[in-house]
Design a protein around this ligand. Structure first.
Ligand code: ATP
Ligand code: MG
Length: 241
């Protein structure tokens, strides 16, 4: 079966710094892949390249078998690829509801009532229904992170890229977030979740990839990856695992 997302041999340098070197992985429809790795490992850069926010130096990205390498972000989004940003980006003066609605229209290609329904559904899933009328620029960090998720969901993704959405949540909030992500994957969405909160990630991810210094250090069943001596060395002294 064709993978929902296929990353083949992606490489990226910033000047003399090789941030990603020959990174490959696949995610099937309905699969949740967790991506871990120490700070600066290249995780966000990898999501940027998959989403089209940064150019890769080499390698390919395929979405449901369609080559999207070199395609602008907006086109990838229309093909079903949505992402959240590690650092939330509220949209100017828009309210929370307007932000989700815009995502449903621009990213999801919906109109009228269908767009409104998608926006409200996304706000509900992200736990933001009560804050629909608030200005997005005035939200606190947690709500801004939720809005990132709502914005991505409103586009109706087939592949969803999540960048550190669990940091700073209470146990109850983490539980709700896990429920939402599980529901999405049960509904067939392929998920790539970059996360330092391992206890949240392992409740959802059926497979982990560990990135370190731009390489895939280990990948496979979560417990095996987390116990891998090379993975533990990569994290050693950084207090994450
Ligand atoms: N635009 C850029 N120009 C130059 N260097 C960059 C740029 N973006 C990222 N880097 C560098 O690339 C490396 C990887 O950064 P990246 O943000 O992808 O890491 P990360 O794994 O997401 O880290 P974290 O866990 O802290 O979010 C870092 O050394 C970072 O300083
Ligand atoms: Mg990052």
């Amino acid at each position: 079966m064709t993978a929902a997302l296929e990353v083949r041999g992606v490489g990226k340098r910033f000047g003399a710094l090789t941030v990603l070197d020959d990174v490959s992985f696949e995610v099937a429809e309905g699969e949740a892949l967790g991506v871990v790795g120490p700070n600066g490992a290249g995780k966000t850069t990898l999501l940027d390249i998959v989403a089209g926010a940064q150019r890769r130096d080499h390698g390919r990205v395929l979405l449901c078998g369609v080559e999207v390498t070199g395609m602008p972000t907006a086109r990838r989004c229309r093909l079903g690829l949505a992402r959240t940003f590690q650092v939330p980006r509220p949209l100017g003066d828009l309210t929370v509801y307007e932000t989700a609605l815009l995502a449903a229209v621009r990213g999801g290609g919906r109109r009228g009532k269908s767009a409104e329904r998608a926006a409200i559904d996304a706000l509900g899933r992200a736990g933001l229904l009560d804050e629909g009328d608030r200005r997005s620029s005035g939200l606190r960090l947690l709500s801004r992170k939720r809005l990132e998720l709502a914005r991505a969901l409103a586009a109706g993704p087939r592949v969803l890229l999540l960048d550190e959405i669990a940091g700073g949540l209470t146990d109850a909030e983490t539980g709700a977030l896990i429920g939402t992500v599980r529901e999405l994957s049960a509904g067939g969405v392929a998920i790539v979740w970059v996360e330092h909160v391992i206890r949240a990630l392992t409740q959802v991810a059926t497979r982990l990839v560990c990135l370190a210094d731009g390489h895939v250090l280990a990948s496979g069943e979560p417990a095996a990856v987390l116990e891998d001596p090379a993975v533990r060395r990569a994290y050693f002294g950084r207090g994450v695992l």
